[in-house]
Design a protein around this ligand. Structure first.
Ligand code: ADP
Ligand code: GLC
Length: 489
């Protein structure tokens, strides 16, 4: 099948979170299964033109009653050994993408012209296909920046060259919807009669994600539990009604992880590779982690690691919130060390710095650092993820295959990838709790630390069990494949 992925992020070109990992690895996994998969991405300023090949000739995109001109550049993704190849088309438009930032900057987190930028990007998908004389069977759009793709297909393009093309829209995070003033609508080139029919209407504003949820042929999200949760008011971010109405076309498919990058047997970022049979490399990673972060080098003290975006979604209020967060009691009352790598909300970055200055066993690195994230996954004894909601989550899967049992809230993809510890039988792969409260986080970290000191045989068995799990993309890719094929049978 011919499949075009439309996404605002794809590793290694542009990344702010797991979306970038998911899109690239899913594309490669499908290409390995023999499909003709290609990716469409904006050419952000951070993607150097020199690394890409220019496709000759300008591309005209009809927007707001006129033609918007851009250039198209081509890059590629390949699997290790070059077995599978995925072309990556980058839309080059100086006015929209010739600036720092993907969605915004530190001072302007959401660019004012985002509805214009991403509407143009979505419409360009169709023009690129025409230019290449390559009409895909499937247009697979990801998250709100690509939300107009299914809308354009359904209401404009299906009547032209895309008669036999179907759309799939994947929700990676319902918390970001692309809600803007209605004044941007005229630029989309859609009739006003569609404003409500296509699902844009949202309390006198326009909601891009809602239009995709209404218009796409099929909807997916990145774990079965999140698919269920999003149909309820507690997790639906006001979209639960729309999703319930579309329940027959909506499924959850758990993401995989890229095992060529996240594999303790081959990881170049850790001091010595290791496996479930020989964990000595893990002990060395712990030593290096302690050294790099200036912690006392004591192999007997457990390390709790954490990596991620510091946003409300990740439970940072309950963990680090001033006055009531769990971190203070975790670090003062339990015998452990804690290492945190992340960036995000400013209050949280500041609070972390201030906590670290008062707690000798808490070390913090504010920023984004690929290499250190690998060392934390490998060198920690436990990995903490107390998410408020988690559509899939990749870090807990990384930590499982690195032999680092995760401590997680039972939600979304965390519920689907971790199995809770049973202290009677020693079964399980991690530690879970339900209520997002400082008390529950503290208690569950405490439970893991108790097991570390008092049930070391259980912990070793848990590490090995996690390392033997198969989170490779192949299984998930076959489920997407079946979803695509159902359109044509
Ligand atoms: P989300 O997409 O909600 O941020 P995921 O767990 O799906 O959560 O994916 C996060 C991805 O971003 C992982 O690959 C993780 O390692 C990476 N990541 C997040 N923050 C950092 C950071 N500060 N340094 C390095 N990698 C990070
Ligand atoms: C989102 C979600 C995360 C998921 C990722 C990839 O960023 O927050 O849970 O793993 O997308 O699908």
């Amino acid at each position: 099948m011919k499949i075009l992925m439309i996404s605002s992020e794809a590793v290694p070109f542009a990344k702010t979170g797991g979306l970038a990992d998911a899109v690239s690895s899913l594309s490669l996994a499908l290409a390995e299964r023999g499909h003709d998969v290609r990716i469409l991405l904006p050419r952000y300023y951070s993607i150097p033109r020199e690394k890409l090949k220019m496709i000759p000739g300008p591309l005209g995109v009809p927007m707001g009653g006129r033609e918007e001109w851009c250039a198209v550049y081509e890059g590629e993704l390949t699997t290790l050994g070059g077995k599978a190849r995925v072309p990556v088309y980058c839309i080059d438009h100086e006015g929209f993408f010739g600036r720092d930032g993907i969605y915004g900057t530190y001072s302007e987190p959401d660019f004012r012209d985002n509805p214009y930028r991403f509407a143009f990007f979505s419409r360009a998908a169709f023009q690129v296909c025409r230019k290449l004389h390559w009409i895909p069977d499937i247009l697979h759009a990801h998250d709100w920046p690509a939300a107009l793709v299914p809308v354009y297909l359904k209401y404009l393009e299906r009547f032209r060259d895309f008669e036999k093309t179907y759309s799939v829209f994947t929700i990676h995070n319902l918390g970001y919807q692309g809600i803007y003033g209605k004044d941007a609508y005229h630029y989309f080139g859609l009739d006003w009669s569609l404003f409500s029919a296509a699902g844009f209407e949202d309390w006198d504003r326009l909601n891009l994600l809602k239009a995709a949820l209404t218009s796409a042929d099929k909807l997916t999200t990145v774990s079965p539990t999140y698919a269920e949760e999003t149909k309820t008011p507690a997790y639906g971010f006001r979209m639960d009604g729309v999703l319930r109405a579309r329940a027959a076309d909506y499924v959850g498919i758990l993401n995989g992880i890229d095992t060529t990058i996240w594999n303790p047997r081959t990881d170049p970022y850790i001091p010595r590779p290791y496996s479930a049979e020989d964990l000595s490399g893990k002990a060395l990673a712990k030593e290096t982690l302690q050294k790099n972060f200036g912690l006392p080098q004591d192999p007997s003290v457990p390390i709790v690691g954490m990596v991620g975006r510091l946003t409300d979604q990740k439970g940072i209020g309950e963990l680090f919130g001033p006055n009531y967060g769990a971190a203070w009691s975790i670090c003062t009352e339990l015998r452990l060390q804690m290492v945190v790598l992340g960036s995000g909300e400013r209050w949280c970055e500041q609070e972390l710095r201030s906590l670290a200055s008062r707690l000798p066993n808490l070390k913090v690195m504010i920023g984004y650092d690929e290499k250190t994230s690998h060392l934390i996954e490998a060198g920690s004894d436990f990995f903490l993820m107390p998410s408020r909601y988690e559509p899939c989550g990749l870090n807990q899967m990384y930590s499982l295959v690195y032999g680092t049992p995760p401590i997680v809230r039972r939600t979304g993809g965390l519920a689907d990838s971790v199995e809770n510890y049973n202290q009677q039988t020693g079964e399980g792969t991690g530690f879970m709790f339900d209520d997002l409260t400082p008390r529950a986080i503290y208690d569950t970290v405490g439970w893991a630390i108790w097991a570390y000191y008092n049930r070391p045989d259980h912990i070793t068995a848990m590490r090995k069990r996690g390392m033997q799990q198969d989170f490779s993309w192949n299984r998930s890719a076959s489920r997407y494949e079946a979803l695509y094929q159902a359109f044509f049978s």
